[in-house]
Design a protein around this ligand. Structure first.
Ligand code: NDP
Length: 297
């Protein structure tokens, strides 16, 4: 029997636990607030930002919504970020990526106050993560770690193969799983497009995390019996549907399910966890900046 890991349900439990923390902050006169900044050429970005805002509002987190025209000079975006850094009532800042080509995304990230960098992408926060003393764990890798925990997967001593070495998923996830302590202590292999014999690496793993952005890259023939499979990928592929496309992961679900003891679906696996962990980081930011202690899931 393959266990299909229900990311929606696990994310819902995290949101429920965060409700108490938000209430405690509000009782102490602190209204946790996330600012979102949108200047993105990707049409999907607007939807992502409004989903994040809706998630916040449902939990009692305030939002500030800043939108800049796509042809604004890079300096306008930097100035927006700096104003939000100085804004007393703003605890978290999220600049939706990607930004247009004429803006250097690294420079934008470096201008965010690290204490408000709820995505966890600022070099100071990346450094803290690598040093084993994270301030904000990046949302998707943290969500994967929580998902494994909630599904009862013990990472201690487990061989984990991550397919993908991006700065937002593969690398930070490798750090989290390598760390000493609960949810860590794994032996981690990180693969990428130059990896020779990917199948050998995925077959030797107890846990495979696919984060390559390649539709259905990992199939059942690449997996061992009993493996746990976490599919981070979200890919739009042409399909005979009303919208003309469908979303598929980086794992071929059917054949992988025949081998896996547990597997995440797409959608409904990692995606909702990413959203829940943004709420987590925003509440954490509000707690740290206000000095009001809260219990976090
Ligand atoms: P990137 O494109 O930044 O990174 C992809 C990584 O996969 C790279 O390291 C690349 O290698 C590697 N890769 C590509 N093709 C292969 C291959 N054939 N074999 C082995 N490795 C390969 O993607 P992201 O990390 O940003 O995202 C990955 C996927 O996860 C995407 O589908 C994205 O939409 C999804 N995603 C989902 C989220 C969620 O909340 N569910 C959040 C974030 C992302 P190289 O470095 O050599 O180029």
């Amino acid at each position: 029997m393959t266990d299909v890991i229900d990311g929606d349900a696990i994310a819902g439990e995290i949101r429920d636990e965060l409700e108490g923390a938000v209430q405690r902050l509000r009782d102490e006169g602190v209204a946790p607030t996330l600012a979102t900044v949108l200047m993105s050429p990707d049409p999907a970005s607007e939807t992502y930002v409004s989903m994040k805002q809706r998630d916040c509002e449902e939990l009692g987190i305030e939002t500030r919504d800043v939108e800049l025209p796509l042809d604004s000079p890079a300096g306008d975006l930097y100035a927006t970020v700096e104003e939000l850094n100085d804004g007393d009532g703003v605890h978290g800042i999220l600049v939706q990526m990607p930004v247009p080509d004429h803006v250097d995304d690294r420079e934008v990230i470096e201008r965010i106050d690290p204490a408000k960098d709820v995505d966890g992408f600022h070099p100071e926060n990346v450094g803290r993560l690598v040093a084993g003393n994270p301030r904000f764990e990046p949302c998707t890798p943290h969500g994967v770690q929580k998902l494994l925990d909630a599904a009862g997967v013990d990472t201690e001593g487990a061989d984990v193969t991550i397919v993908g070495r991006s700065d937002i998923v593969g690398k930070p996830l490798a750090n989290l799983l390598l760390d000493k302590g609960p949810g860590g202590n794994a032996t981690v292999t990180v693969c990428h497009s130059r990896t020779e014999d990917l199948t050998a690496k995925t077959r030797e793993a107890d846990v495979v995390v696919a984060a390559a952005g390649v539709p259905e890259l990992v199939d059942g023939s690449m997996l061992s019996e009993g493996v746990v499979v976490i599919d981070v990928g979200v890919n739009q592929v042409d399909a005979d549907t009303e919208k003309g496309y469908e979303l598929v992961g980086d794992v071929e679900f059917e054949s992988a399910s025949e081998k896996a003891s547990a597997i995440t679906p797409v959608p409904g696996g990692v995606g909702p966890m990413t959203r829940a962990m943004l709420l987590h980081n925003t509440v954490k930011a509000a707690s740290e900046q206000s000095g009001v202690d809260v219990e976090l899931p």
